[in-house]
Design a protein around this ligand. Structure first.
Ligand SMILES: [Zn+2]
Length: 115
C-alpha cells in the first residue's frame, strides 16, 4: 500500500469515526431510561417505548464495536500494517478495503464470507 492510499484510507476511517460519534450523540435521548410519565412517552405505549429503547441500545453497541475496529485500523495505519492480511500477510485488495475499511483479512483468509 502506498502513501497516497494510506492517507486516503486514514481519511475515510476518520470520517467514519466522526459519523459514528455524531450518530451516537444524536441518539443519546433514545437510550435514556423509559419514563413512566405518559406525557414524555406521548402516544406510544410503554411497550413500544421499551422496544425502541432496546433497539437504540443495540445500535449503540454495534457503533461502539465498529468504533473499536476503526481505532484498531488507525493504529495499523500508523504502524504500517494496514492493508495487509493479519493471517497470511498478503496485501488486501483495495476494493475489499473500500467496502469494509476495518477488515483485517484478505478475501482468501476470510473464506469469501462477509465479515
Ligand atoms: Zn490472508
Amino acid at each position: 500500500m502506498n502513501e497516497t492510499d494510506r492517507a486516503r484510507f486514514k481519511k475515510l476511517l476518520e470520517m467514519r469515526r466522526e459519523e459514528l460519534s455524531a450518530l451516537s450523540s444524536g441518539s443519546a435521548d433514545a437510550r435514556k431510561p423509559v419514563e413512566l410519565d405518559q406525557q414524555s412517552v406521548g402516544r406510544l405505549s410503554r411497550q413500544d417505548a421499551l422496544q425502541q429503547q432496546a433497539m437504540a441500545k443495540a445500535q449503540e453497541t454495534r457503533r461502539i464495536a465498529e468504533a473499536h475496529k476503526i481505532e484498531a485500523a488507525l493504529t495499523r495505519i500508523k504502524e504500517g500494517e494496514f492493508g495487509y492480511c493479519a493471517d497470511c500477510g498478503e496485501a488486501i485488495a483495495a476494493k475489499r478495503l473500500e467496502i469494509n475499511l476495518t477488515t483485517e483479512l484478505c478475501i482468501q483468509c476470510a473464506g469469501g464470507a462477509q465479515q
